[in-house]
Design a protein around this ligand. Structure first.
Ligand SMILES: *[C@@H]1O[C@H](CO)[C@@H](O)[C@H](O)[C@H]1NC(C)=O
Ligand SMILES: *[C@@H]1O[C@H](CO)[C@@H](O)[C@H](O)[C@H]1NC(C)=O
Ligand SMILES: *[C@@H]1O[C@H](CO)[C@@H](O)[C@H](O)[C@H]1NC(C)=O
Ligand SMILES: *[C@@H]1O[C@H](CO)[C@@H](O)[C@H](O)[C@H]1NC(C)=O
Ligand SMILES: *[C@@H]1O[C@H](CO)[C@@H](O)[C@H](O)[C@H]1NC(C)=O
Ligand SMILES: *[C@@H]1O[C@H](CO)[C@@H](O)[C@H](O)[C@H]1NC(C)=O
Ligand SMILES: *[C@@H]1O[C@H](CO)[C@@H](O)[C@H](O)[C@H]1NC(C)=O
Ligand SMILES: *[C@@H]1O[C@H](CO)[C@@H](O)[C@H](O)[C@H]1NC(C)=O
Ligand SMILES: *[C@@H]1O[C@H](CO)[C@@H](O)[C@H](O)[C@H]1NC(C)=O
Ligand SMILES: *[C@@H]1O[C@H](CO)[C@@H](O)[C@H](O)[C@H]1NC(C)=O
Ligand SMILES: *[C@@H]1O[C@H](CO)[C@@H](O)[C@H](O)[C@H]1NC(C)=O
Ligand SMILES: *[C@@H]1O[C@H](CO)[C@@H](O)[C@H](O)[C@H]1NC(C)=O
Length: 680
């Protein structure tokens, strides 16, 4: 009885599951399905057809990742079914009467199938679904004609996904019946032309055209659209209809990763808030339109609509003021373009501008006063430009009362022109890395304040990597509560004592490649991340063990080992440690085993770490092959231990052999010695 106990319990369990799963009939097909309330989940079950006999009240049925090829007529006998999902099957055909008994179906997911094969019959099945609101046909190898046929009569459709198909061009026939469509995903097709395709979809709000081959978007007049994503195409021109009086509802326009040469010609009146234009070849050109020297230079370009000769568009190329309504813009992303300047009044036209991302452009100067940034500016990234100076007056600095994140790294600024920025009242994070700050800190003027970093009390993060800093003035950080301080790549930096005043607040400290000597981290109780790479350190500073570090960068130093005690303490706290580029001693790698066996620690570049033994350099991982002093001695001991008995037995054997083979010689010698006549 006790032996059979568990299996009988299992049997009871199976039986009760069986009864749950088979309330009416006893077809075994659907035993893989999970039923919860009105949802039936039969995903990943190798099914080749829709299971029969599921509860008649099923409202949602999921059959994703199965092997179904055809939906047979009448295979769905569930009058309450509103949602059916058959993604990732091998569906080729939906027979015309598939949905005869499921007229309430609202949502149908047919993604990742082969509907291109029998799309005509499938379209007849879809036509019987007048209530269908959501349809996913993504990744089905459909071209534009197949799609147009499949979408006939779906007059209630609100959401349609056609991404990952083979659509090349769209026209007025493509979505003719989809009068209720709100959300259309056309990502990752082969679209190169769109011609009046959205005339019959007056409610469309979200349109995704990303990753296609569109060369331009001209004549844009979809006033109802809220989100347009046309990123990752080959768009050279974006031009909206200028003669439309209505307010465009557009809030988000993504034209990033295209080939735009000009700032887009936006609608005259719009609600545009998020404008993404990164990674184009945008610039402003008005400074080139020198109409005194070249009075006859043509400054307009005309776009002809070849199809109907209507709506020809004329754009004033050089007129920088013709960029439409940008008055609601909050996020402007212009990263990776070729802007040399902002046209006059351009920034001033965006009173709500909160985030301006200008990383990697060609700005040479920035006059915060003349640009007239507003007090909503929160993040300003002008890193990786050619800025030599930043100009601002007291009034401007006070106006920028919300400016919190400022990135000026990778420019040609010196500290005089950046110092004034520390007067910004809300500044939290400043990145001045890779500028020429050192110039204002001559080595001789030891002791003088000479620097304004500590004038902004709100400052928490200060990045001063690679600034040619020779030293830090003693009181540079006094009064500040920095959590991040990055001073790496300032070789020969002196004055680390000044960091002591930040010991209670710092979370991250970067001192890589500064050639720091002895360091004392005794009171840095909040430090979580420390970078002391590239510093020729021969020993780990003793005070490191007392820290609660999560990340430690020790790359490219002169460490030969890490004492066991320190290794144990570090291993219990660290999450990430960088140790490559140290001349470790293979014969003192106990610390490595400690780190290796501690599951919570990630040793970055573990396979590249090397150590040297008596003869050569090894990967520290293959510990078996090391030849070490101690181990050498040990092995000699064992060799001797082994060797001695072998020798003794060999000698014994040889003696015995000798004795048996040449007994006469012995006898003779014995005789010689002992059998000589005695004189008695
Ligand atoms: C489908 O739409 C066409 C016109 O677009 C119409 O002639 C036809 O009757 C409709 N069929 C159904 C089943 O509604
Ligand atoms: C459309 O389908 C694709 C692929 O199946 C998916 O990645 C994408 O998120 C879907 N789009 C929407 C808006 O749900
Ligand atoms: C536009 O689509 C691309 C590709 O799907 C996506 O990465 C990007 O985040 C989208 N843009 C916006 C603003 O949602
Ligand atoms: C826009 O308004 C102007 C004047 O109010 C009018 O002449 C013009 O026809 C309108 N345009 C459209 C496209 O409605
Ligand atoms: C839109 O702006 C352009 C240029 O400023 C102007 O010529 C045109 O009349 C405006 N259209 C409307 C409808 O206001
Ligand atoms: C030259 O350009 C200026 C400003 O862009 C304009 O005011 C002036 O009328 C132009 N002159 C000619 C001859 O086009
Ligand atoms: C500009 O055009 C006018 C009239 O077409 C002509 O007389 C003049 O010589 C031209 N100027 C230049 C610099 O080509
Ligand atoms: C558009 O340009 C073509 C070619 O010059 C011309 O024949 C046609 O009349 C123009 N249409 C309009 C509406 O201006
Ligand atoms: C910066 O702009 C202000 C206001 O337009 C102007 O007075 C000042 O001369 C400009 N400074 C520089 C260096 O261009
Ligand atoms: C400052 O900027 C943040 C982030 O954009 C925003 O939430 C906040 O309302 C702004 N404050 C003011 C006073 O503009
Ligand atoms: C500042 O910009 C540079 C270059 O774009 C980037 O690498 C760095 O991470 C940014 N700094 C901060 C603090 O975000
Ligand atoms: C530590 O600083 C060095 C020198 O600047 C840098 O190369 C390295 O990437 C930094 N380590 C980490 C983990 O960021």
């Amino acid at each position: 009885m006790s032996v059979h106990g568990p299996s009988s319990i299992l049997f009871c369990l199976l039986l009760s599951m069986w009864t749950i799963l088979t309330p009416t009939s006893s077809h075994p097909q659907h035993s893989q399905c999970k039923l919860t309330q009105r949802t039936t989940l039969c995903n990943n079950s190798n099914l080749t057809s829709i299971p029969v006999g599921l509860p008649g009240t099923t409202e949602e049925l999921q059959l994703n990742h199965n092997l179904i090829k055809t939906l047979q007529d009448n295979s769905l006998q569930y009058p309450s079914l509103t949602s059916l999902s058959l993604a990732c099957n091998q569906l080729e055909k939906l027979q015309s009467n598939t949905f005869q008994h499921s007229e309430l179906l609202k949502s149908l997911n047919l993604a990742n199938n082969n509907l291109n094969i029998s799309y005509l019959e499938t379209s007849n099945a879809l036509k019987t679904l007048p209530k269908l609101k959501s349809l996913d046909l993504s990744v089905n190898k459909l071209d534009e004609e197949m799609a147009a046929v499949l979408l006939q009569n779906l007059t209630a459709l609100e959401y349609l996904n056609l991404s990952g198909n083979l659509l090349r061009r769209l026209d007025e026939t493509s979505f003719r019946d989809l009068h209720q469509l709100k959300d259309l995903d056309l990502q990752r097709n082969l679209l190169f032309e769109i011609d009046n395709a959205f005339d019959s979809t007056p409610r469309l709000q979200r349109l995704n055209l990303a990753f296609n081959y569109l060369p331009c978007l001209t004549d844009f007049d979809m006033t109802q659209l809220v989100v347009l994503n046309a990123s990752h195409n080959f768009i050279e021109w974006f031009i909206s209809r200028q003669d439309v009086n209505d307010t465009f509802q557009i809030e988000t326009l993504d034209l990033s990763d295209n080939k735009l040469l000009f700032f887009p010609f936006l609608p005259n009146v719009s609600r545009l808030r998020n404008l993404y234009l990164s990674h184009n070849i945008l610039s402003f050109y008005e400074h080139l339109a020198d109409n005194v020297t070249f009075p006859n230079l043509t400054a307009t370009v005309k776009f002809y609509n070849l199809r109907k000769n209507t709506n020809n568009i004329t754009a004033q190329l050089w007129d920088d003021s013709l960029h439409g309504d940008i008055s609601s813009v909050e996020i402007l992303d212009l990263r990776g373009n070729q802007l040399q300047y902002f046209p006059q009044g351009f920034i001033h036209k965006m009173p709500s501008l909160s985030r301006l991302r200008m990383c990697t452009n060609c700005l040479e100067s920035l006059n915060l006063t003349s640009e007239q940034f507003s007090d909503s500016l929160y993040e300003l990234d002008v890193s990786n430009n050619r800025l030599k100076e930043i100009v601002a007056n007291d009034v401007t600095l006070r106006t920028l009362s919300n400016l919190t994140y400022l990135n000026l790294s990778l420019n040609d600024l010196d500290c005089l022109s950046s110092e004034l920025l520390f007067a910004l009242p809300s500044l939290r994070s400043v990145d001045l890395s890779y500028n020429n700050m050192g110039i204002c800190l001559p080595e001789e003027v030891e002791g003088s304040a000479g620097i304004a970093w500590n004038t902004t009390v709100s400052l928490r993060q200060l990045y001063l990597k690679g600034c040619h800093l020779p030293r830090i003035p003693p009181f540079a950080f006094s009064g500040l509560s920095l959590t991040h301080l990055e001073l790496s790549d300032n070789p020969g930096l002196r004055g680390q004592q000044s960091i002591k005043s930040l010991s209670t607040t710092l979370h991250h400290l970067g001192l890589g490649n500064t050639h720091v000597g002895e360091l004392d981290f005794t009171n840095f109780q909040n430090l979580k991340s420390l970078n002391i790479s590239c510093n020729s350190l021969a020993h780990l500073p003793a005070s490191i063990s007392g820290l609660d570090l999560k990340q430690l960068d020790l790359r490219d130093n002169e460490l030969s080992t890490i004492p066991s005690l320190q290794a144990n303490t570090l291993a219990s706290k660290l999450h990430t440690v960088f140790l490559t580029g140290n001349p470790f001693n293979c014969c003192q790698t106990e610390w490595f085993r400690t780190f290796e066996t501690t599951k919570t620690i990630h040793m970055v570049g573990q396979s590249e770490m090397e150590c040297t033994d008596l003869f050569q350099t090894h990967s520290i991982w293959h510990s078996q092959s090391f030849l070490c002093h101690e181990e050498y001695g040990e092995s000699i001991f064992w060799y001797i231990l082994l060797f001695v008995p072998v020798c003794i037995s060999l000698v014994g054997i040889l003696t015995i052999l000798f004795l048996t083979l040449k007994p006469k010689v012995i006898q003779k010698s014995i005789k010689k010695k002992y059998l000589t006549p005695t004189s008695y």
